[in-house]
Design a protein around this ligand. Structure first.
Ligand SMILES: O=P(O)(O)OC[C@H]1O[C@H](O[C@H]2O[C@H](CO)[C@@H](O)[C@H](O)[C@H]2O)[C@H](O)[C@@H](O)[C@@H]1O
Ligand SMILES: O=c1ccn([C@@H]2O[C@H](COP(=O)(O)OP(=O)(O)O)[C@@H](O)[C@H]2O)c(=O)[nH]1
Length: 461
């Protein structure tokens, strides 16, 4: 059996609970198979030489972690710059937030070359490589240029936008062409595959062949949807632990006379949090029976704070929450509880179970694992209702949720009222179907189906 080598920007000890969907899912996958997990150490070396990362190796159960430090200059241009000021906003359809500053691309290429150079000596001939996310799109091309012939798969955790939006990136042809150095490209949703198909045909003058195979720039690969899932059993074990049960009991006591609506997100402009708070405000305005009762808890964990757009969204959200509490709050009830901190993962199941409504309303999201965690956390006899954005990748699978357009404040407020009023029988039926889907297409299914497809993909090298 060949060894699995996972490469991602973010690496976490798989035995410890991590926040952030990618780290959680990869940790759970590697726990099953063992192998090597290679990526950035999370350390920035202030005055180290540019382009030379120190390699740290550490054993975490069956998994070897091999991580690199980055110099300040490389981190700023590769991670903050090209990854999070170019690729993240463009791939989430926010061209207005993209900053196409020319020196970012140099750092992005340099770090991908550095990763390839440091990884290559660690590889065995029959390893199977699985590269993750937008930080590392050109990694396979760099590895191939250094002689790497192993099978390499790539999984994009964020959405792939329409062809015309991709084309706004000055280096789009180089980026998309470098995807063809992989043997398999995995995307979150069928819609992303459709966007890939249109790019290949219309922009690269390539061909769509049978069975999700594509040919362009003299190379063939397969590009298919592999929607990422959660580890339901691991999540249930967290739910049964003391921290989670305590959290549930506390919330249930505190909100026994009230209805709880819950959002858990990184404070990212893609998550649609201000729009959600506006919709909640409209709910209170249009349906006064919810005043003194409905309470929105919004966990907005800090993320990428060195990127300006994230500071802006924080100020916007704080001002909105302040205004709604000022306008509607009473001495014994505040409509919004906004928390700008990470909630420990072991508390997430208890918090979700206590909420009558789970709010997952991103403007755009690759998948959104919180949507699946909310379903897994519910009491099947008295489940809450998931309100889900049609623009989250999860919406392709979770059709029995109440789907909303998060840009439509009025429509979302109406749906919140529908969720709060939904009869028990309907809640049970919807929840049962959703839970089946979350269980069937869990994180193990995701890993297995991707790796099987990678083993079978046409390998041209
Ligand atoms: O590593 P950070 O910059 O701190 O950001 C955290 C992660 O955010 C993104 O997550 C995505 O992956 C999830 C799992 O597939 C998916 O459910 C979600 O919709 C995506 O936004 C990012 O893609 C990761 O690389 C980051 O580690
Ligand atoms: O304060 C927080 C915020 C998020 N999470 C976890 O981080 C992951 C977020 O993944 P998702 O796919 O929803 O979004 P991402 O942050 O990766 O874009 C989920 O497992 C959450 O339970 C957490 O444990 N604490």
């Amino acid at each position: 059996m060949s060894r699995l080598v996972v490469i991602s920007n973010r690496v976490a000890d798989p035995r410890k609970a991590a926040a952030g969907g990618l780290a959680v899912a990869l940790g759970e996958s590697l726990q099953q198979t063992g192998g090597l997990w290679f990526g950035w150490s999370g350390t920035i070396v202030e005055d180290g030489p540019t382009g030379e990362g120190e390699l740290h190796k550490q054993q975490a159960g069956k998994v070897t972690l091999a991580t690199l430090d980055l110099s300040r200059e490389d981190h700023d241009s590769y991670y903050l710059g090209y990854s999070n000021k170019v690729l993240w906003p463009v791939f989430h359809g926010r061209l207005d937030l993209a900053n196409f500053e020319s020196n970012y691309i140099g750092g992005y290429r340099r770090v991908n070359q550095l990763f390839a150079r440091k990884l290559l000596p660690l590889l065995k001939d029959d390893d199977i490589l699985w590269v993750h996310d937008y930080h590392l799109i050109p990694l396979a091309a760099e590895l191939r240029a250094m002689g790497c012939r192993q099978r390499i798969g790539f999984f994009l955790h964020i959405p792939l936008p329409p062809q015309i939006t991709i084309a706004a990136i000055p280096q789009h042809e180089w980026l998309m062409r470098s995807l063809f150095a992989y043997d398999l490209v995995g995307l979150q949703a069928e819609q992303d595959v459709e966007h890939f198909r249109r790019y290949v045909i219309n922009e690269a003058q390539g061909q769509a062949l049978d069975g999700d195979h594509f040919r362009a720039w003299g190379q063939t690969l397969r590009a298919s949807a592999f929607p990422i899932g959660i580890d339901v059993d691991e999540f249930n074990a967290l739910a049964a632990a003391k921290e989670s049960r305590d959290m549930f009991e506390t919330m249930r006591r505190e909100y026994s006379q009230r209805r709880l609506l819950l959002g858990i997100d990184r404070l990212d402009y893609s998550k649609g949090i201000p729009q959600r708070v506006q919709a909640f405000r409209e709910l209170l305005a249009n349906y006064p029976e919810n005043r003194r009762s409905a309470t929105l808890i919004q966990i907005a964990s800090p993320t990428r704070e060195d990127v300006d757009a994230y500071g802006d969204i924080r100020r916007e959200l704080e001002s909105l929450c302040g205004a709604i509490n000022g306008d509607y709050g009473e001495l014994d009830w505040m409509p919004v509880r906004y928390i700008h901190r990470v909630v420990a993962r072991k508390r997430v199941p208890g918090l979700c179970r206590a909420a009558a409504v789970g709010l997952v309303t991103p403007l755009r999201d690759g998948m959104n694992l919180v949507a699946k965690e909310y379903i897994a956390a519910q009491d099947p006899d008295d489940p809450g209702v998931l309100v889900l954005s049609r623009f989250a990748g999860a919406a392709e699978q979770l059709k029995e949720a109440l789907l909303v357009n998060p840009y439509d404040t009025h429509g979302t407020a109406e749906t919140l009222q529908q969720a709060l009023q939904m009869p028990l029988a309907e809640r049970r039926v919807r929840h049962q179907r959703l839970l089946e889907r979350v269980r069937e297409q869990d994180v193990h299914w995701w890993r297995r189906s991707f790796l099987e497809a990678l083993r079978e993909a046409p390998a041209e090298r």
